[in-house]
Design a protein around this ligand. Sequence first.
Ligand SMILES: *Cc1c(COP(=O)(O)O)cnc(C)c1O
Length: 474
Amino acid sequence: MNDQPSSRPPLPAVDRVLAADAARVAEERFGRTATVASVRARLEEARAAWRAGAAADISADRLAQVALAALEASETPSQRRVLNLTGTVLHTNLGRALLAEEAIAAVTMAMRSPTALEFDVATGRRGERDDHVRGLLRELTGAEDAVAVNNNAAAVLLTLNALAEGREAVVSRGELIEIGGAFRMPAIMARAGCVLREVGTTNRTHLADYEDAIVPATGLLMKVHPSNYRIEGFTKEVTARELAPLARARGLPLMDDLGSGVLVDLAAYGLQPERTVRQAVADGADVVTFSGDKLLGGPQAGLAVGRADLIRRLAKNPLKRALRLDKLRLAALEATLKLYRDPDRLAERLPTLMLLTRPAARLKEQAARLKPAFEAAVGPDVAVEVAELHSQIGSGALPLASIPSAGLTLAPLGARRSGSALLELAAAFRALAAPVIGRIADERLIFDLRGMDDAAALEAGLAELARARAEAAA
Ligand SMILES: *Cc1c(COP(=O)(O)O)cnc(C)c1O
């Protein structure tokens, strides 16, 4: 057929395809322009396939159906909802914290209506956008003042630039961290216009190291939470509390980058305790920076709280304008922070805390209940087991703390016992309408239930897989 390249494929005309039922459905749903474009694209594909000698159904009905399917596929949001069964609750690649209903309602309102974003309703005068969270942050951290920016990387950049541009920032070698996604403390310092002054060694830094490093060009002393690793063994760290008197005596600001914004005593919720922002402020840090969407459980944001005169300098810095929050995230942040006024009900209302505090025994029961549905989904060639697991908080929060958890492990059997079978299995779960994301370890596909926020969606996905298997077998 295709040894005559000049011959024309017997394709229907565009108008004939557009007259087919599926094309009319497509036009109704996606509009004339998109439908015509999709039909033309399908005709082009069919022409190429015909030239390559591939036999295919090129009837007008078939081409219209394919055009409709392509339009439907392109409608699926690129940023799709997924089920996080990875075992990492605050997964940066999966969007970190889920917002509380109160925050969702506040964002919805702010999307629909004009808001008092920079407007003081009482006086009719201009207000400041950070006023919506400033009072709350002062109340919850004990700090004198606060600013909110795009994320914690931005809060660190802004603090360094506002307080130490053209000067030296003194940091322990053991705290020159890389958070991932190209957030390296030395690079941020360079962008902020500061000169990095490393002190101590990787494992040991003493107060005298900081003292000796202070020169007329010193701009600030900095502490950084080593969020995603820990140095163990022969170590010595100077705490912010020990460093504060030195900073005060030399008239230098002490900055403490906490990373995860913990506003409550996590031990009260059965989790491993972590230094709170309030403690960092009480320890004498002049500016404390932290994220909004790590343990705080709010939208992506960076918060800097601390001494009023220093926070004013941050607020007046031109970078603040470039890094500021929009009204949606400010609305979500305000609503999230308000939940902290009632710590007794926080674990019910703040999804991050709710997920982290679910008892492992309950997750194990849930795993046992789901086991038959998983078995039906994957068939007899895959062993499904209920397993006790260990979840991580994620996003650099409490790197070594693992939370007892439970879930299911899937292991292909017999002839299917190969690495590729495991990858195919993981891909099948990712191909679901609500993709289920697990992790592969020890030759098993592991689904940890700790991060699972919607059991009905998971069950629907399992049923979808079981149906597909039944159809393939028939
Ligand atoms: C996570 C983290 C950051 C970066 O925060 P983002 O909100 O992701 O920008 C900075 N410093 C520390 C110590 C962190 O843990």
